[in-house]
Design a protein around this ligand. Structure first.
Ligand code: AMP
Length: 758
C-alpha cells in the first residue's frame, strides 16, 4: 500500500544517511549532496533506482577522467580525403578531420607505416629508420611528413583518428590508407671540396663522393664563376672526383660549386667554395696556354653543334642525358648559329669533361639570354627553386580576393621582406586538395616567370612552397586584366595612350621572343595593366597554358587552342612560333583599339577558322588610325615569315608615337565594312611607278635586274616578297635584306591611307 512504500523509502534514506528522495531508473545522482537527480547523459542508461552513475550503451565508452555527467563517447570515424605528395624519399600526407569525432574533442592522429613488397604485395612495418615530422603519434594537425624512406619502395600509410576512448573499443581501427611509391633519391650534396695546384690561370680541385650517393654516380657538374659575377657562369662536367679548371683570370677569386648526378637526377649543389688564382708574373704576361684553347674552340664547337643539331633532328635522347640534351634543345635554334660565331667552346680539359659557358643557366652568348623549359628538369621542384625566390608566408599579408585562377583564388595583399619597404602584391594560391601534377603545373608558371626580367613582363616576387597554401607572389597591377579594363573605360583614352599600351606589350613580346619563349596564349585577357597604364604580359603556363583559358577550344587534332587569337598554322598543325605570337599580337592590337571588343564577335570558332583560311581578316575598328590597321594586317599575313618581327613592331610603334600626326589618318570611313571581314590584300600599288624606281630610291638598284628576272616586275608582286625570297634571289647581305624589307614595311603603312578593302 502507499503507507507501506512511503515507509520503505524512509527506511532507505535512513540507511544511506540521505534525507533526500531516491533517483528513478534513467536518472542518477553522482553525489549524495546533489540536490536533485540528473537524467542519464546521451548514450548511457541505468535500469536501477538510486543510481550514482549511468552505464554506457554498447559501443560507447567513458574515460576514467570523464565526469559522470558527460555523454558516453566512441572512437572517431576515419579521417577523410587524404592526399600525398612524394618528393624523392619524403612523403607529405594531408587529410581532413573525420566526419564523426565520436563526441569528443580530444581527437588526434596516428600514422602507421607499412612497407609493401612487389609483386608479392606483402607488407611489413617500416621500422625505426623512418622519421615523422612533427611526430607519428598524437598528431594534432592534419598533416605529417615522413622522411628518410627507402628509394623506389611502395609504402602504405594508414592515418587513424583516435580519441580518449579509442583504446577501450574492441572494434576494428578506423583509418584511411594512402599508397605511395617513393622516387629514387638524388645524391646528397658534396660536402668537401679541396683545392690542389693553383696557377695564375688555373685551379685544381678534388672532392669526396657524396655521403649518400643513392646510386651510381654518372658524373659531376662543376659550376664556377668569378666572385660577384654570378649571372655569368661556366659549367664543366667530369666523371672523376678531381679536375683542373683552366682559362681563369690571374689574381681573381672564383666561386666553385659541385653536384653529383645519378640516374635519379642531380643532387643539390655543394656549398660555395672560394679559391683565388695566383697573381700574374711579369715575364709571363702573355698567356700562351690560352692559344690552343681558342684554336680548338671553334672546331670543337662546330662538332658539338653538329651533335646537338643531330639531337634536335632525331628528337630522341637517352635517359641519362635527357636533362642536359633538353636544356640544349631549349636553346632557340638561331642561337646555335650565334654560338658558332661566338665560339661556343669546349676547352681542352680532360677528355671526359665537357665545358659550356652559361649565362643565367644557358649557354653564354654575349647579349643573349634564353629561356629554359622547366620540363627539362628531372625534378620540377628544382626548376622552381632555381628561378623563384622562396618567401616566408609570414612576410605576406593577404587582403582581398581579386580574381579566380585555374588553381585557386588570386588575392591582393602586401609583401614585407626583411630590410625592405612593404609593397602591394598579387598572390595566386593553390587550392587545398591539389594533386602533385596540379602543384607542378601551378609552380611551373613561377619557374617560367622567374626567368624574365623586363618592365613589360609581370614580375615574380617569389613563391611560398614550404608552407600551405602554396603561393605565387607577383607585382600588383592595379587595373587588372586589360580586356576588362578597356571594356570598363570604353572610348576614354587618346590614340597615343592606346599606342603606348600596344608598344609596351610589343616590347614585352620582343623580350620573350629574344629569349626563345613562345607564349601561345597572347590575348588582352592575359595582359595586366597598372595604375600608370603600363601593360605587362602575364599568364605563363606549361601544359596548362591552353587548358585553363576559357577561350581555348578543342581542335580536330585534340589540342586546346584559343582559336580567335591563334595563327592558322598553329591551329592547323600546331606550329607555334614567335611568328604565331605576332598573329595573336595583331588580334590584341584589334582588341585594344576596339576597347575590348570580342574578335570576330559571335561567329563560331569553325566559321572563324574557315573565314581566315579563305583570306578574310577582321575589319578595322572604329576610329582606327590607318597605320595601326595596316600593322594588324601585316601581323595576319598567311605566310608567317612575312609577318613583322616584334622588334620591327616596337620600332614602328615608336615611330608613330614620336610622330603623332601619323596617327591622324584614319582608315577611310567608306572602306570600313562593319560586321564583315575584309579580304586581305597585303599591298596595292605604291608611291613608286616601277620596281626599278623603288630600288634606286633605296640605293638597292643593283638588284633591279634580279627582281625583274624572277617575276617581281610590279610593286604588287614586290609586296609579296619575303626574307626567304630575298635570300633565294641572292640578296645575302643582312644590311641589304633589312633595307629592302623595312622599306616594304614602311610603304605598306603609307599605302594604307588610301586602302580600300576588297
Ligand atoms: P590568372 O590566373 O593569371 O588568369 O589571374 C586571374 C585574375 O586575377 C586576372 O584576370 C586578374 O584579374 C587577376 N590578377 C592576376 N594577377 C594579377 C596581378 N598581378 N595584379 C592584379 N590582378 C591580377
Amino acid at each position: 500500500t502507499d503507507d507501506q512504500s512511503r515507509m520503505n523509502i524512509c527506511w532507505k534514506n535512513l540507511v544511506s544517511g540521505s534525507s533526500l528522495a531516491v533517483c528513478r531508473p534513467g536518472f542518477f545522482k553522482a553525489s549524495p549532496q546533489s540536490p536533485s537527480c540528473s537524467k542519464c547523459p546521451p548514450h548511457s542508461y541505468t535500469h536501477e533506482e538510486a543510481s550514482t552513475s549511468c552505464l554506457c550503451e554498447e559501443h560507447y565508452f567513458r574515460r576514467e577522467s570523464d565526469p559522470p555527467t558527460m555523454a558516453c563517447t566512441r572512437p572517431p570515424s576515419a579521417p577523410r580525403n587524404a592526399i600525398s605528395n612524394v618528393n624523392e624519399t619524403s612523403v607529405f600526407l594531408e587529410w581532413i578531420p573525420p566526419a564523426d569525432t565520436g563526441g569528443r574533442k580530444d581527437v588526434s592522429y596516428y600514422i602507421a607505416c607499412k612497407k609493401c613488397g612487389s609483386p608479392s604485395g606483402l607488407c611489413e612495418a617500416c621500422g625505426s629508420h623512418v622519421r615523422y615530422l612533427p611526430q607519428q603519434i598524437g598528431l594534432k594537425n592534419t598533416s605529417v611528413m615522413m622522411v628518410d624512406l627507402l628509394a623506389h619502395t611502395n609504402y602504405t600509410f594508414e592515418i587513424e583518428a583516435v580519441n580518449g576512448v579509442s583504446d577501450q573499443s574492441p572494434a576494428a581501427r578506423q583509418y584511411v590508407a594512402v599508397n605511395v611509391t617513393t622516387n629514387q633519391a638524388a645524391p646528397s650534396p658534396i660536402s668537401i671540396v679541396k683545392k690542389g695546384k693553383i696557377a695564375k690561370n688555373s685551379i685544381s680541385l678534388s672532392w669526396q663522393e657524396p655521403d649518400r650517393p643513392n646510386g651510381i654516380i654518372l658524373e659531376y657538374e662543376i659550376k664556377y664563376f668569378e666572385k660577384d659575377q654570378e649571372t655569368s657562369y661556366t659549367i664543366i662536367k667530369s666523371k672523376k672526383t678531381k679536375i683542373t679548371v683552366n682559362g681563369l683570370k690571374p689574381a681573381s677569386t672564383y666561386i666553385f660549386q659541385i653536384r653529383a648526378r645519378t640516374a635519379a637526377g642531380y643532387g643539390g649543389f655543394s656549398r660555395r667554395f672560394e679559391f683565388e688564382t695566383s697573381p700574374v708574373s711579369v715575364a709571363a704576361s702573355s698567356d700562351q696556354s690560352q692559344i690552343p684553347i681558342i684554336a680548338v674552340s671553334v672546331t670543337v664547337g662546330v662538332i658539338l653543334l653538329a651533335v646537338v643539331i643531330g639531337f634536335l633532328l632525331s628528337g630522341s635522347c637517352c635517359n641519362h642525358d635527357c636533362g642536359w640534351a633538353s636544356s640544349l634543345r631549349a636553346v632557340a635554334y638561331p642561337s646555335l648559329i650565334w654560338s658558332v660565331r661566338c665560339g661556343y667552346s669546349k676547352a681542352k680539359q680532360d677528355p671526359e669533361e665537357e665545358k659550356m659557358h652559361f649565362h643565367n643557366g644557358h649557354i653564354k652568348l654575349p647579349g643573349l639570354r634564353t629561356y629554359i623549359d622547366p620540363h627539362t628538369y628531372e625534378d620540377p621542384n628544382q626548376a622552381v627553386h632555381e628561378f623563384a625566390k622562396e618567401i616566408e608566408a609570414s612576410c605576406i599579408t593577404i587582403e582581398r580576393v581579386i580574381g579566380a585562377g585555374e588553381f585557386g583564388e588570386v588575392c591582393s595583399g602586401r609583401l614585407k621582406l626583411p630590410g625592405k619597404r612593404e609593397f602591394p602584391v598579387a598572390i595566386k594560391t593553390l587550392k587545398v586538395g591539389y594533386t602533385e601534377k596540379q602543384r607542378r603545373d601551378f609552380l611551373g608558371e613561377a619557374s617560367i616567370m622567374g626567368q624574365f626580367d623586363h618592365p613589360n613582363i609581370i614580375h615574380l616576387e617569389g613563391v611560398v612552397t614550404k608552407s600551405k597554401p602554396v603561393m605565387i607572389v607577383t607585382e600588383y597591377m592595379e587595373n587588372g586584366s586589360l580586356d576588362t579594363f578597356l571594356k570598363k573605360n570604353d572610348g576614354q583614352f587618346t590614340v597615343i595612350q592606346l599606342v603606348g599600351m600596344l608598344r609596351g606589350i610589343a616590347s614585352g613580346m620582343k623580350y620573350l621572343s629574344d629569349m626563345g619563349y613562345v607564349h601561345r596564349d597572347l590575348a588582352a585577357r592575359n595582359i595586366l595593366i597598372n595604375s600608370n597604364l603600363v601593360c605587362k604580359v602575364s599568364d605563363f603556363g606549361l601544359s596548362r597554358v591552353l587548358e585553363d583559358d576559357p577561350e581555348a577550344a578543342y581542335t580536330t587534332r585534340g589540342g586546346k587552342i584559343p582559336i580567335r587569337w591563334t595563327a592558322p598554322e598553329a591551329i592547323a598543325f600546331r606550329k607555334f612560333t614567335s611568328a604565331s605570337d605576332v598573329w595573336s599580337y595583331g588580334i590584341v592590337m584589334w582588341e585594344v583599339v576596339s576597347y575590348g571588343e570580342r574578335p570576330y564577335w559571335e561567329m563560331t570558332n569553325q566559321d572563324v577558322i574557315k573565314a581566315v583560311e579563305e583570306g578574310y581578316r577582321l575589319p578595322n575598328p572604329m576610329d582606327c588610325p590607318a597605320a595601326l590597321y595596316q600593322l594588324m594586317l601585316d601581323c595576319w599575313q598567311k605566310d608567317r615569315n612575312s609577318r613583322p618581327k616584334f622588334d620591327e613592331i616596337v620600332s614602328m610603334l615608336d615611330k608613330l608615337i614620336r610622330n603623332p600626326s601619323s596617327l591622324k589618318t584614319l582608315v577611310n570611313a567608306s572602306s570600313r565594312v562593319s560586321n564583315l571581314l575584309v579580304e586581305h590584300s597585303p599591298l596595292g600599288s605604291g608611291a613608286y611607278r616601277s620596281v626599278g624606281e623603288w630600288l634606286e630610291a633605296i640605293k638597292m638598284g643593283r638588284y633591279t635586274e634580279i627582281f625583274m628576272e624572277n617575276g617581281y616586275s610590279s610593286m604588287d608582286a614586290v609586296a609579296q616578297v619575303t626574307l626567304e625570297d630575298l635570300r633565294r634571289l641572292g640578296v645575302t647581305l643582312v644590311g641589304h635584306q633589312k633595307k629592302i624589307m623595312s622599306s616594304l614595311q614602311e610603304m605598306k603603312v603609307q599605302l594604307v591611307n588610301g586602302m580600300v578593302p576588297l
